[in-house]
Ligand binder design. Structure first.
Ligand SMILES: [Zn+2]
Length: 411
């Protein structure tokens, strides 16, 4: 089978460039696993596939671009899927597309991921500050007329995202493949076994079942096992990715709160609060904890993603970015960047991440001539790795005028 659709799969980072990391996962390892799985599946579906790297090797941006262009030539029908993982304190997938392309494929991918309950952020383009007619990322800027997208599957420093990526990256990749297939008009069929797990030293049916949110009995059933013995490297079928993403937040009832006022605050119905909390009456008591079923759209960053460098804040009636910034001793831009806000519009009930008490603050540093990652890290008392991960940098090269998010430590 050959459908003539050409896809270059780029496993981000590699070798001496680990990318970002968090919760025990290294970006370069998982971009490779994701890319290899994607390549196998696309080949199965009849695509022409090229992988920029098949092992843990270092590639300079130039080498990477050369491999991409040389794979199928500099043609606009060549898709380039650059796989990455994010860091920086938020949750969810995002896709970045080139200035020369539309957001069609990017939005298809995010819609598919959203449909399986995976949190998503947005599809966007990013311009080079020193020359806004150009793309910010070299994978867009230097890849001719091909159609490149960067997929950030999630945040490794977020517990839920990192768990989804570790246990279920295949499921996420399937949604990307579905989107590509729809975009390129290629028939899609699901893999015969949607998920497998290779048994490691020390694994038991119990530990594996726990990892995949199932039971030892269920594992035995789907693998036709008649005893509990496992051997190392045994391939087990594991249940499909079904996860209920908890978008609820706990609200502590305050003086003068009513079900009605709380429902307005979070833009939900009184009935949904009552049913969610098994309330048989409308009477509330101060200090009572209510589980509020806020919709995904209101939740920019989940409260439990809170790290020790951020606080979360629930937007209340009358708040503006300016008032929140002032109250919390930070700036409107810091809040916007921390929360990936594209405009100044706030919704009541929205959860915002705020920097903590100015001890560590994320600020924007504009690169000037002579700056290096090292000199910037010294200036702000931070590390090169942190600057790179905050900005998704795949290289140490900086451009004058480039804007970097930097975590300033004033301790
Ligand atoms: Zn990356």
């Amino acid at each position: 089978m050959n459908n003539n659709v050409k896809v270059v799969i780029d496993a981000g980072h590699g070798g001496n460039d680990p990318g970002t990391s968090g919760n025990g996962l290294k970006e370069k390892d998982y971009t490779l696993l994701i890319s290899q799985y994607m390549a196998e599946r696309l080949k199965d579906l009849g695509y022409n596939v090229y992988l920029t790297r098949e092992e843990d090797i270092s590639l300079t941006p130039n080498e990477r671009v050369n491999r991409i262009i040389n794979a199928f030539g500099n043609n606009s029908d060549v898709l380039v899927i650059s796989n990455h993982l994010n860091a920086g304190g938020a949750e969810g997938a995002e896709v970045i597309y080139a200035l020369r392309n539309t957001d069609e494929l990017s939005n298809k991918i995010l819609n598919n991921l959203k449909e399986i309950g995976n949190p998503v952020r947005k599809a966007y383009q990013r311009r080079l500050p020193s020359n806004p007619s150009k793309d910010y990322y070299f994978i867009h800027r230097n890849t001719g007329i091909t159609e490149p997208i960067i997929i950030e599957y999630g945040f490794l420093d977020n517990v839920k995202d990192s768990k989804r990526i570790r246990d279920n990256y295949q499921r996420l990749v399937e949604e990307v493949i579905k989107a590509i297939s729809e975009y390129k008009n290629v028939p899609y069929s699901a893999p015969s076994i949607s998920n497998t797990y290779r048994v490691k030293n020390g694994d038991t049916l119990w530990s594996i079942a726990k990892k995949f949110n199932t039971t030892p009995l269920e594992l035995k059933k789907i693998n036709n096992l008649n005893n509990n013995l496992l051997y190392i490297n045994q391939i087990l079928k594991v249940p499909d990715f079904i996860e209920t993403i908890d978008t609820n937040i706990n609200y502590v009832v305050k003086n003068n709160d009513t079900l009605y006022s709380i429902s307005k605050m979070f833009n939900v119905t009184v009935d949904s609060i009552k049913s969610n909390n098994n309330l048989t009456t409308d009477i509330l008591s101060v200090g009572q904890i209510l589980n509020i079923p806020v919709g995904e759209s209101n939740v920019l960053v989940k409260e439990d993603t809170k790290s020790d460098t951020t606080n979360s804040y629930i937007v209340k009636n009358g708040d503006t970015l300016y008032s929140i910034a002032k109250e919390n001793n930070t700036t409107v831009n810091t809040i916007k960047e921390l929360n990936n806000l594209i405009d100044d519009v706030l919704k009541i009930g929205m959860i915002l991440l705020l920097p903590t008490n100015n001890i560590e603050e994320i600020i924007t540093h504009t690169v000037v001539s002579g700056d290096s990652l090292w000199s910037i890290s010294k200036t702000y008392n931070t590390t090169i790795d942190l600057i790179k991960s905050l900005n998704n940098l795949t290289t140490d090269l900086l451009n004058v005028g480039q804007e970097l998010k930097v975590k300033r430590n004033t301790k």
